[in-house]
Design a protein around this ligand. Structure first.
Ligand SMILES: Nc1ncnc2c1ncn2[C@@H]1O[C@H](COP(=O)(O)OP(=O)(O)OP(=O)(O)O)[C@@H](O)[C@H]1O
Length: 434
């Protein structure tokens, strides 16, 4: 945090290198089953293949997370999205064992999380993967500054040093001047900023956000999303962000894992999810998204003719959204060349751009279809069960089993002290919940 320039460079290189960026978290074949003798479920293929209702009827168990695999890459915002009860919170809590996984592997920076003893786990939650909760869990009798310094206090940092560090982070999240207020004297959005500052103060490698903004009104929510995007841009910090809100996922996510009934039904960039939904469920999920604001000219472009390659006239970068390209093409009254590091990689014109807006197949859709397995309903690589163009390293399960979303019986979901009552969220709360 103290060297933003280096951090920005790291973020840029992580973003630029895409699939090459090393994973921070690596999750493989993860299961969390609640209920009696839960571990027999992943171990027995006959039980593991049952849908939610059958599994409950036969075993009394709920499989909240079912055979999920993915990597979180350094410097990315990895969004876990899905309807209520799809398994988002359980999945993310498993990452630091706030909830004990039933089966599978979780690795952080090469270290096996499931093999960690209590001391190592505490260290993981205090220093390496801090959680920001929806219910901020601030300590009511402490000032903003002391709430933010709390995690540092737990770490054993001296008073002067932690207050100095806390003041720096308070300013960073836009609360300068409010250091001496108590939580009751703050708005909801400001309290959430304190929660964010407290997590940031411990300078964690990964920030885990559990629906942090869902209690906020829409304008403040947007503000907080901008704040997270800014922090990410400036610091390049790796973030895992849970939300049930598609707009939020599309705004913040470098990649999105879309969950249904405990499975990841598609994992990909916003553009991949909106432009090439893996199945009918995902298609229905994204059907109201304005495609031109999410899809880029990479999706819309057609090959350039030899003459176009060397022509002059308007140009756009490959990451330009279709709606921005429409403005360029309309203003110029001519097609635009797509330039990637000076090289012409394609052309967009009124026709190709309108096809995207209308939801018609584009040249890049056609290329996707040529690698899609027949019958998968989308560009899923049948062998690995992965989206064909998700950039690798990310396992998406094949289409979910079609059972109803088991979202109702959420009683005691996280079974942790982390959000309960006045218990402070963040490092200390994490510790209490084991
Ligand atoms: N402690 C528990 N005991 C039994 N079932 C549980 C427990 N915690 C969660 N579940 C069940 O696991 C499934 C996934 O729950 P989870 O809270 O992870 O979903 P979610 O996607 O985070 O939902 P929400 O958006 O409502 O928070 C649900 O069916 C839920 O009822």
């Amino acid at each position: 945090m103290s060297a933003p320039t280096a951090a920005v460079a790291a973020a840029d290189s992580a973003a630029a290198s895409g699939a090459e960026a090393p994973p921070v978290f690596s999750v493989d074949g993860l299961w969390k089953v609640f209920g009696p003798r839960a571990d027999r479920v992943p171990a027995d293929p006959a039980l593991a293949s049952l849908d939610a209702a059958e599994l409950r009827a036969r075993t009394g168990c709920t499989a909240a997370v079912r055979d999920v695999s993915f990597d979180v890459r350094k410097g990315e915002v990895f969004v876990v999205m899905g309807l209520s009860g799809s398994g988002k919170s359980t999945l993310v809590r498993c990452l630091t064992r706030l909830i004990e996984p039933t089966a599978g592997r979780i690795v952080i920076d090469g270290e096996d999380v499931r093999a960690m003893d209590k001391a190592r786990l505490r260290e993981l939650r205090r220093h390496r993967a801090a959680m920001v909760f929806q219910h901020f869990g601030l300590l009511p009798h402490r000032t903003v500054l002391d709430n933010v310094a709390y995690g540092l206090e737990i770490q054993g940092m001296g008073r002067a040093a932690r207050r100095e560090k806390a003041a720096e982070v308070v300013a960073k999240v836009g609360l300068a001047g409010m250091e001496h207020r108590r939580p009751a004297q703050l708005s909801g959005g400001q309290r959430q900023r304190v929660g964010l500052a407290r997590a940031l103060a411990v300078d964690p490698e990964v920030l885990l956000f559990d629906e942090p903004f869902s209690a906020l009104d829409p304008l403040i929510r947007r503000d907080m999303q901008d704040e997270v995007a800014r922090l990410h841009r400036e610091e390049g910090r790796t973030m895992v962000f849970i939300t049930h809100d598609l707009q939020e996922a599309l705004r913040l996510g470098d990649r999105i894992a879309l969950m249904r009934d405990g499975r990841v039904v598609q994992l990909g960039t916003p553009e991949e999810i909106v432009g090439a939904p893996a199945d009918d469920y995902v298609r229905a999920f994204v059907q109201d998204v304005p495609r031109e604001q999410v899809l880029t000219v990479r999706t819309a472009m057609r090959p350039a003719s030899p003459a176009e390659r060397t022509a002059t006239g308007p140009t756009v970068a490959p990451g330009t959204t279709v709606s921005e390209a429409i403005e360029t093409v309309a203003a110029a009254g001519a097609p635009a060349r797509v330039l990637d590091e000076g090289e012409c990689v394609g052309v967009v014109d009124a026709e190709t751009l309108l096809h995207v807006v209308a939801g018609h197949p584009t040249p890049s859709d056609a290329a996707d279809r040529s690698v899609a397995e027949p019958g998968t309903g989308g560009p899923v690589d049948g062998a690995a069960g992965r989206p064909a163009d998700s950039g690798g390293g990310a396992g998406a399960s094949t289409t979910a089993d079609g059972s109803a979303v088991a979202g109702s019986a959420k009683a005691g979901t996280s079974a942790s002290a982390d959000e309960a009552g006045e218990a402070p969220a963040g490092p200390a709360a994490s510790e209490e919940s084991v």
